[in-house]
Design a protein around this ligand. Sequence first.
Ligand SMILES: [Zn+2]
Length: 298
Amino acid sequence: MKQAIGVDIGGGSIRVSLFNEKGEELKSNHKKTPEHLDNDSFLSVLNEAIEPLAKESIGIGVGSPGPLNNETGVLLKSANMIGLNNLPIKSSLEAKFSLPVFYENDANCAALGEAIFGNYKDCESQLILTLGTGIGGGFVSKGKLYSGYLGNGIEIGHTTSVIGGALCGCGVNGCVESYFSTIGLLNRYFEKTNTKLTNAEVFFNLVKNGDLVAKDILEFGTKALAHAVRGAVHLLNPEAVVFVGGITKSYEIFGSALETEIRSTIFPVLNDRLQLGPGGNLSGTLGAASLVFAKEKN
Ligand SMILES: [Zn+2]
């Protein structure tokens, strides 16, 4: 059985795993990235992390937050890893390990992993939304990732839900991410109460305990998300819309309202066929490794 390496870069660490074609993790490796980074020091840690697994693999898939250029395989810069600039991930790994290397942003990797190994793997096409710190997205059709020109497409988090609405991290007002993401929910709560919450779990506990402000914010956020999905469904006509990411741990709190709003507002002909629900929350490394498995199939 063929085996592939998945590399998940982000949050000050590098995770590397070796998977077989069934998506079973066979080996893994984890390195913290140095605090004071430059391209060379980062690449040497990356090589060290991959080296022990490279011999058994047919290729390397890499995922990281963007912005990146997926054709040249270059990480342009990273908000979490200051010091990296135009990092040539693909060419340097290909030179070092003599294996094919595929590089996409982490939302695209999550989408492809979910499409190949997740709950809706039997659907012809899947639109996947990653609900976490922000909102990421990916679209897979017939096993192929559609990532847009140079790999920065399906940024559904930065589609507008409320014209002139709350300020988003991207600098524009009213993105859906400002209403339904960890950052969005916590910022809206802070606006109303002057209380800083530490994470999404605390926010959802408030909702469970009947906090009216939190409930209102979630209700509006859920509608904002539903209408962003509505727009995307009308554009792409996917067979399935799948929600993954940290916030989906609380899917039982908002999922039914979200699905009802989406289903009652899209064209009936789309609604009849659309599948909708939470995904399997697969690891970032499996998403990255699926870049290799997808190339094998196509
Ligand atoms: Zn935005």
